[in-house]
Design a protein around this ligand. Structure first.
Ligand code: SAH
Length: 257
C-alpha cells in the first residue's frame, strides 16, 4: 500500500556505541534538521544534544526487562510521524543492521509505503574491543571474526546457534547480549573443542566514560565476572587476540561525555 499523501522520510540512523565523536557526519546533519527523533536507550547524551532543539524527541528505549515501547508500537509511531513531518529520525545504538532490528523496521516501513534510508553506525562489537586495545584480526593470530548474539537465554536456553561451527571456524568470536548467558555459551564452546585456557575479554560500556573491561580465560572468566559484579551492556571477545590487550590497552582513546 502506498500512501501518496505521505510527506516524510524516515532515516534509520546508527548512533554508534557511545562516544559522540564516533557518530557519522551524515547522521549529525540529519539530527540537526530532524522534525522528530525516536531514540533508543543506549544512545549517549552527547549525541542527543545534537538534535534540532525544535524537534520532537521520543524515547522508545528498551533495556532488558524494561520495554518502554514495544517494537510494533515504535514502527507504528514512525509511520504516523512520517505522515506530517519531513524528517523523521529513528536513532539506534551502534549499527541499525547489527542486532538492531533495523531490517525489520525498514521492512515494515517499506510495506507501509514510507520512504526510508539507513545510515550505518559503528557497531559495539567493533568499537568496544578497539577502545579496549583488542584488534579483532591480527597477522599470525586471527584472520577471521564472527559476530554472534548470546541472547537465546532468558531462562530457557535452547542453543539454536551452531556454537560448534563457530568455535571451529572462527579465530575471534564477538558475542553481543551474552553476559547473562555466558556460562552456557562457554560450556558450548568447550564442548566444541576450545581449550579452557582460551583468552576472553568482556568490555562493558565500550567507548563511554564508564568503560570497563575484564580479561581471563574460558575457565576463569565467570568467577572474575561475579567478583567484579560485571553487568550489561557488554560484549565478549574470545580468542588469542585478547592477549594483545595487555600491551595495547594503554592507548585507550579519551572519551567526551
Ligand atoms: N545495534 C547495536 C547492538 C544492539 S544489541 C550495535 O550495533 O552495537 C545490544 C548489545 O550490544 C548489548 O547487549 C551489548 O552486547 C552490545 N553493546 C551495545 N553498546 C555497547 C557498549 N557501549 N559497550 C559494549 N557493548 C555494547
Amino acid at each position: 500500500m502506498t500512501d501518496q499523501t505521505l510527506l516524510g522520510k524516515v532515516y534509520l540512523i546508527g548512533a554508534g556505541p557511545g562516544d559522540p565523536g564516533l557518530f557519522t557526519l551524515k547522521g549529525k546533519t540529519l539530527l540537526e534538521h530532524a522534525d522528530v527523533v525516536i531514540y533508543d536507550a543506549l544512545v549517549s547524551p552527547g549525541i542527543l544534544a545534537m538534535i534540532n532543539p525544535q524537534a520532537e524527541k521520543i524515547n522508545a528505549g528498551k533495556r532488558r526487562g524494561r520495554h518502554s515501547k514495544l517494537q510494533g508500537e515504535t514502527t507504528q509511531l514512525m509511520i504516523e510521524k512520517a505522515q506530517d513531518h519531513a524528517v523523521v529520525v529513528r536513532l539506534k545504538g551502534g549499527d541499525p543492521f547489527v542486532f538492531g532490528r533495523g531490517g525489520e523496521e525498514m521492512g515494515d516501513l517499506v510495506e507501509a509505503g514510507v520512504a526510508v534510508e539507513v545510515i550505518p553506525g559503528i557497531t559495539a562489537g567493533v568499537a568496544a574491543p578497539a577502545y579496549a586495545g583488542i584488534p579483532l584480526t591480527h597477522r599470525n593470530i586471527s584472520s577471521s571474526v564472527t559476530f554472534v548474539t548470546g541472547h537465546e537465554a532468558a531462562g530457557k536456553y535452547r542453543p539454536k546457534i551452531n556454537w560448534s561451527a563457530i568455535a571451529q571456524g572462527s579465530e575471534t568470536i564477538v558475542i553481543y547480549m551474552g553476559i547473562h548467558n555466558l556460562e552456557n555459551i562457554i560450556g558450548e564452546l568447550l564442548k566444541a573443542g576450545l581449550t579452557p585456557q582460551t583468552p576472553i575479554a568482556l568490555v562493558r560500556w565500550g567507548t563511554c566514560p564508564e568503560q570497563e573491561e575484564i580479561t581471563g580465560s574460558l575457565e576463569t572468566i565467570i568467577e572474575k565476572m561475579k567478583e567484579a559484579d560485571f553487568s550489561a551492556p557488554a560484549v565478549a571477545i574470545i580468542g588469542h587476540v585478547v592477549d594483545l590487550h595487555s600491551v595495547l590497552h594503554q592507548c585507550r582513546p579519551k572519551v567526551a561525555q
